[in-house]
Design a binder for this molecule. Structure first.
Ligand SMILES: [Zn+2]
Length: 275
């Protein structure tokens, strides 16, 4: 395993979170209740609507990081971030065999606003950080089963060893995949000045939009870290949804900027998790 892939502070934090999240995942999976009160204590002109009164079928948002083999014995702390291509394919086969349809977050927004009829058994596949294996391993398997994914790209890592290149991101887009934002450098957004937040949120969005030629309006918080100020800035810089690392299946009452996900590992039992 190449240690260089773990040299980013944000990714280290994500590894630490794996332990916490996996440890907290034993409760039964129900659509999360709204966390109103947790992040709504301050007034702001960019306040984001937290609730919808109409109901929509809960939508599982599955969270992948690396789709490549991993030596768990050598690096047990990172095991939760890896799914091998073989296991990934088995998981996709299960999804297809059980009648799920992959949608992207634009379609999810339409579902939430009741602009379209609900597809049967919708599911969203997400891939964080923009690792090179997204193109090399995940994309061919997604295409084999005619499935779509959402790729959260760290714009400042593009072209670095182990990460996607600009052209690979364009190839993902051309294959029908959704490209989404994950900041410039995978920093903890809670500690940044307004200027730095603009750079991380608007700067990365504009850079991605420039070379893929399409709007980038969906976002993932690096290492799942955010607060109300970060939520309001993400909305101000024209994103329409944001996913977290909270464990759960996204229901109608989950705020669009605090969508929970299901962390996928090589041992995830989809039959026990999905509705
Ligand atoms: Zn990340």
């Amino acid at each position: 395993m190449q240690l260089r892939k773990f040299l980013h502070r944000g990714v280290f934090a994500e590894i630490a979170l794996v332990t916490i999240v996996l440890g907290a995942c034993s409760h039964s999976l129900q659509p999360r209740a709204s966390t109103s009160g947790e992040h709504v204590s301050t007034a702001s002109p960019m306040r984001v609507s937290m609730n919808s009164r109409m109901t929509t079928t809960p939508v599982p948002i599955l969270m992948y990081h690396y789709v490549e083999p991993h030596d768990d014995a050598k690096e047990p702390h990172a095991a939760g971030l890896f799914v091998s291509p073989d296991i990934f394919e088995e998981q996709l086969q299960w999804i297809v065999a059980h009648g799920y349809q992959t949608i992207d977050l634009d379609t999810y927004l339409q579902l939430r606003s009741h602009a379209i009829n609900e597809p049967k058994k919708p599911v969203i596949l997400t891939f964080d950080d923009g690792y090179a294996d997204a193109f090399q391993n995940a994309l061919p398997i997604l295409q084999k089963y005619h499935l779509r994914g959402v790729f959260y790209i760290v714009s400042g890592f593009l072209g670095k060893p182990g990460y996607l290149t600009d052209n690979q991101v364009i190839a993902l887009r051309d294959a029908g995949m959704m490209i989404a934002g994950h900041t410039v450098s995978h920093v903890d957004l809670r500690s940044l000045s307004a200027k730095e937040l603009r750079h991380q949120l608007e700067g990365s969005r504009k850079e991605l939009e420039t070379f893929i030629g399409a709007p980038v309006i969906h976002f993932a918080y690096p290492s799942g870290r955010y607060n109300q100020r970060v939520i309001d800035m993400v909305a101000m810089f024209e994103y329409k949804t944001a996913v977290t690392t909270h464990h759960g299946i996204a229901g109608t009452r989950d705020p669009l900027f605090q969508l929970p996900r299901v962390r996928m590992t090589k041992t995830t039992n989809l039959a026990a998790l999905l509705p």
